[in-house]
Design a protein around this ligand. Structure first.
Ligand code: OVM
Length: 403
């Protein structure tokens, strides 16, 4: 190792590759080593600083002035490397630019607009679960998690019907692109051109129907709140952040419930716990495992100096299992836990603007399942799905035992 790859001060170092197959498949042993090594750790493999404890992850997420997003939320520093796409106006920006577009998106995805979707989302969920119960033996990923969000969300955005099969590949690409240029990113990029083209075309005013979130973004441009150049980029944010995240979130919740029968029983007895089950699953197995920030200035974090221009890797999924925050049973899935305060949706100015939609989808699907399904049996070995940012499953074969 050259001295250049060493941090400026003497801090704990780890040489593991958090974007390698082993840790992406099962990150939790690594998370524990990361947390116990110290509040701030240097990862020699990528020459970045890392935090895995709740307190420091939370504090850094909130500190947008020191740990900026405008230089990218992935490993790449936009000040040094050209981004793979036009940066997101929401995710990859800082106040005050961020504040304007965030408030427009907050208006588009408001409690009122999301409330209007509840009847529709719930009816779709009930009908969908009924059709699954007819089959009984299904895959919780390919038959549930990858189906329900794609049945309701693209319609809510107002997307064209043709080409919706591009949505999941685009999400996989966008989330792989936060990591290093490894095999996962190469594979996603190799088929990216037509996917990116469909996405961009679908963000234009003419492509979107008159009633959806997409049209509401364009209406904000008509009112002069944003420019017509910004509008398609904000619609793109809906498509980047709104599909894979919910698919993984629903799959992970299914996995946690299917592998913890007493927890399913508790949910079945009280379907009103559906929203708590979802939050606890997001804590327990966070779909978005990591985001980067970039240090805009030199700062101290829990006694460790982080130099200006460093990339800082925040392990949301590890913070969500830190015993210092969650107690000695942090690694247990317990839907009765008051899991509020997890950082699975981030924290601070960038905290997920779409979470009312994600929560609505989850309440609809897990509410319906809880009522209609007595028991879930795993009928085969779940297979992990690998992505540089997202943790989830490719397949979870199950039997749904109806009431
Ligand atoms: C975006 C965005 C926001 C959050 C997550 C994300 C791909 C993208 O604004 O494009 O992941």
């Amino acid at each position: 190792m050259t001295t250049e790859s060493l941090p400026a001060v003497d801090i704990p170092t780890l040489s593991d590759d958090p974007f390698g197959t082993a840790i992406l498949t099962d990150p939790y042993d690594f998370h524990e080593r990361l947390r116990e090594a110290g509040p701030v750790v240097y990862l020699t493999r990528y020459q970045v600083y890392a935090m895995g404890r709740y307190e420091e992850v939370h504090a850094s997420l909130i500190n947008w002035e020191t740990f900026v997003s405008s230089r990218g939320a992935g490993l790449s520093d936009f000040k040094k490397e050209k981004p793979w796409r036009t940066p997101s106006l929401l995710l990859e920006s800082d106040p005050p630019d961020h504040t304007v577009v965030r408030s427009v998106m907050g208006g588009v995805i408001s409690p009122r607009t999301v409330r209007q979707l509840r009847t529709d989302f719930t009816r779709h969920a009930e009908e969908f679960i009924d059709s699954l119960l007819d089959r009984r033996f299904v895959d919780a990923v390919t038959d549930i998690a990858e189906v329900y969000p794609l049945r309701v969300f693209p319609d809510a955005v107002g997307l064209p019907r043709d080409g919706r099969e591009n949505l999941l590949p685009y999400g996989a690409l966008a989330f792989n692109a936060f990591g290093p240029q490894n095999d996962l990113l190469d594979a996603a990029l190799s088929s990216a051109a037509p996917v990116q083209e469909w996405i961009w075309n679908s963000c234009q005013r003419e492509a979107l129907d008159d009633n959806g979130f997409g049209a509401q973004v364009w209406a904000a441009a008509d009112r002069g709140e944003i420019t017509t150049a910004q509008a398609p980029l904000l619609v793109r944010s809906l498509l980047s952040a709104g599909v894979d995240t919910t698919v993984y979130g629903i799959a992970n919740t299914m996995h946690s419930l299917a592998t913890n029968p007493p927890q399913w029983a508790a949910l079945h007895r009280n379907p009103g716990l559906a929203k708590f089950a979802f939050d606890e699953a997001l804590r327990f197995e966070s779909p978005v495992q990591t985001f980067f920030r970039t240090a805009s200035k030199t700062s101290m974090v829990s006694g460790t100096e982080i130099p200006e221009d460093s990339k800082v890797l925040l392990f949301l999924g590890s913070a969500n299992r830190d015993w210092r925050k969650w107690g000695t049973n942090a690694a247990e899935f317990d839907i009765q836990r008051q899991g509020g305060g997890h950082v699975a949706f981030g924290m601070g100015v960038h905290q997920c603007v779409g979470q009312p939609i994600a929560r609505l989808e989850a309440e609809a699907i897990f509410g319906a399942l809880a009522k209609k399904v007595v028991r879930i049996e795993l009928t085969g070995e779940p297979r992990a799905k690998l992505n540089n940012t997202l943790k989830g499953w490719e397949s979870i074969p199950i039997e749904l035992v109806p009431l």
